[in-house]
Design a binder for this molecule. Structure first.
Ligand code: MG
Length: 272
C-alpha cells in the first residue's frame, strides 16, 4: 500500500474499532468519533512526529473535544501504542479508558473533556516549547461548538498575541452539537472570517479527504508568526448512513441490529 492508502486504511480501522467498542460498552458519542476518524488518521500516520509517548521532543496532541476519546484510543491501538487488552477495558469498572481521555494513559498528553479548554492547554504547550527552544509543535482538535465558548476565544487571542506559529488548531466543523445544529443553537458564521480577524492563519478543507488534510497540514509554516487553524468540514456520523447528521447519535448507543447495519456499511466501502 502507498502511504495514502495506509492512512485511509487507518481511518477505516478507527471507525471499525469505534463501532465495536462502543457496542460492547453500550455507550454513545459514536457520531462525534466517526466525524474525526480521518483527521486522527492523518495526524497519527502523516503529521505527528515522535511516536513514543515518553519522547520529550514529540509533537503534542490535545483532544479538546474529549468526548471523541474512543476514536483516539482506537488510533493509539492501531499505531501500536495501546494494547488490544487495554482497549477492551474501555468503559469498564475501574479502567482509565473512559468516555473522556486521561493523561495517565500512555499516548494521551492531556486530560480533556471540559469543552472550550483544550486550546488554552495547547497555548501553554506551544509557548513552553518555544521557551525551551524545542521544535516540537502542538496540535489541538476542537469541535465547532467549542467556538461558542468565551474561553476558546481568550486562547485564540493569546496565541495570536504571542505569535505561536508552532500551534495548530483543527476544528471539526460538523455543524452539530449535543442538543442541536450549530446554526440553530448559536451561529458560528462566518467562522473563517472570525478566526482571521483574531490574527490566525486560516485554512479550510474537506475533513474526510485525507490527501487534502495532509497537504494542508504539511504546508503550515511554524516560523511564520501566526498560529494556524484548519477548519475541517466534516459530516457527523460519517460512514454510517443512519447516523449521518442526526443529533440523537451524539449520545445514543447502538442496538444489535443497528450495529450489524453499521458494520455492513463499513465493509461495503461506504466510508470515504
Ligand atoms: Mg460539532
Amino acid at each position: 500500500m502507498t502511504g495514502r492508502d495506509e492512512t485511509e486504511a487507518l481511518a477505516t480501522g478507527i471507525r471499525r474499532l469505534v463501532l465495536e467498542q462502543s457496542k460492547r460498552a453500550h455507550v454513545g458519542h459514536i457520531g462525534s468519533c466517526l466525524s474525526v476518524a480521518d483527521i486522527l488518521a492523518v495526524l497519527a500516520d502523516e503529521v505527528l512526529r515522535g511516536r513514543q509517548p515518553d519522547d520529550p521532543g514529540r509533537d503534542r496532541f490535545v483532544l479538546s473535544k474529549g468526548h471523541a476519546a474512543l476514536a483516539l484510543y482506537a488510533a493509539l491501538h492501531l499505531i501500536g501504542q495501546l494494547s488490544r487488552e487495554r482497549l477492551e477495558t474501555f468503559c469498564t469498572d475501574g479502567a482509565s479508558l473512559g468516555t473522556h481521555p486521561e493523561h495517565v494513559v500512555p499516548g494521551i498528553d492531556f486530560s480533556t473533556g471540559s469543552l472550550g479548554q483544550g486550546l488554552s492547554i495547547g497555548c501553554g504547550s506551544a509557548l513552553a516549547a518555544r521557551l525551551a527552544r524545542d521544535r516540537r509543535r502542538t496540535f489541538v482538535l476542537a469541535s465547532d461548538a467549542e467556538c461558542n465558548e468565551g474561553s476558546l476565544w481568550e486562547a485564540v487571542m493569546f496565541a495570536a498575541h504571542h505569535r505561536l506559529g508552532n500551534l495548530v488548531a483543527i476544528v471539526d466543523v460538523n455543524g452539530q452539537q449535543a442538543l442541536g445544529y450549530t446554526d440553530d443553537v448559536l451561529s458560528l458564521s462566518p467562522l473563517d472570517a472570525r478566526w482571521r480577524a483574531f490574527g490566525w492563519d486560516v485554512h479550510e478543507v474537506d475533513g474526510h479527504d485525507v490527501g487534502a488534510l495532509a497537504a494542508e497540514l504539511s504546508r503550515l509554516d511554524p516560523d511564520g508568526g501566526k498560529p494556524h487553524v484548519i477548519l475541517a468540514r466534516t459530516t457527523f456520523g460519517k460512514g454510517v448512513s443512519y447516523m449521518e447528521q442526526k443529533i440523537e447519535w451524539h449520545y445514543w448507543p447502538m442496538s444489535d441490529e443497528q450495529y450489524s447495519i453499521a458494520i455492513s456499511e463499513l465493509e461495503e466501502g461506504m466510508v470515504a
